[in-house]
Design a protein around this ligand. Structure first.
Ligand SMILES: [Zn+2]
Length: 309
């Protein structure tokens, strides 16, 4: 490859414990066995290919679902590379600072979990911004909340389906073809944030704001109380102008580790706030907060459900 890639579209296949969850290695529930990727330039033209099978070492026997869904021949895997070698090659292929693109949010998560298992996470420092092509497909062609399979998207866009699905390289090619149909502006404005490597201190915290939407990832806390007492983590801004706003509903429990709040900006209307307490390493917690503009109907629904509990 002579050009630096702008986008790296990748897909992974993984295996899991063939003897059930009870006997799995909790540090590596999914072991990557197949990496496929294509590199695209700014115009989303393919400028490079990467494919590598990985020889499984944690779960040497394939789970029946892995065999069924992926249909990889055992012999192909046995000739595969050792994961640490394969990812070093993969990152070489990726070039410097590409935008990673995947179908859904799980591939990047499992890549990081496998890197962590091998003590190699520093090769992919996070938190990572990436393009979730499944989400971008939904935003562009359906509604923001729909989530479709890759095969559905390929049919929807009328692609010729020459190869099978659920092989990493083929899925990367299909995902790249879908990405080509997404306007550049949508990709830029709708990047996702992966928080597997969450901020550890105040100055690493992340705040993303675009019109009518704000996402915040906090540092870590020792307990739920500590998190909810932190004025930075529980701030409620107007997601349009960013000003502090009047609270109509204080942060109220809304199920397991979730909280909801409602604010009102005199100029921009309601703000629907959600906090999710996420687990970090060693029983610590961090706050993921999303604040979005809401219409009267949504505001009334929230108040009806959560006020005066
Ligand atoms: Zn406002």
């Amino acid at each position: 490859m002579n050009e630096q890639p702008t986008y790296i579209v990748f897909d992974l296949e993984w295996n899991q414990c063939p003897y059930g969850k009870d006997r799995e290695n909790s540090r590596l529930p999914f072991e990557i066995i197949d990496i496929g990727a294509v590199a695209l330039n700014e115009k989303k033209e393919i400028i490079g290919h990467y494919h590598q099978f990985i020889k499984p070492v944690v779960y040497k026997k394939l789970h029946f679902r892995t065999r069924e869904v992926i249909g990889i021949d055992r012999k192909e895997l046995d000739m595969g590379a050792h994961f640490p070698h394969a990812v070093i090659e993969f990152f070489k292929f990726c070039g410097e600072d590409p935008i990673f693109c995947t179908w859904g949010d799980q591939d990047l998560l499992e890549l990081q979990r496998n890197l962590q298992y091998y003590g190699m996470l520093s090769r992919l420092p996070g938190p990572l911004r990436y393009a979730d092509v499944q989400k971008l497909f939904a935003i562009t062609f359906e509604t923001r909340k729909t989530r479709r399979s890759l095969e559905y998207a390929a049919d929807f866009l009328g692609f010729q389906k020459d190869s099978t699905f659920h092989r990493a390289y083929d899925d990367a090619l299909y995902t790249a073809a879908v990405l080509k149909e997404i306007p550049d502006e949508t990709i830029r404005n709708e990047l996702s944030l992966d928080s597997f490597q969450n901020p550890k201190s105040r100055d690493e915290e992340i705040l993303i704001r675009r019109k009518g939407y704000e996402k915040f990832i906090s540092m870590e806390y020792a307990s739920r109380d500590e998190a909810l007492r932190d004025p930075v983590a529980t701030r409620l801004h107007c997601p349009v102008c960013g000003r502090n706003i009047k609270r109509i509903l204080r942060w109220t429990p809304a199920g397991h580790r979730n909280y909801v709040a409602l604010g009102l900006c005199g100029e921009h209307g309601y703000a629907d706030g959600r906090i999710h307490l996420r687990k970090a390493d060693e029983d610590r917690l961090y706050v993921e907060r999303v604040v979005q503009s809401a219409n009267d109907e949504t505001a009334e629904k929230i108040l009806g459900k959560f006020r005066k509990q």
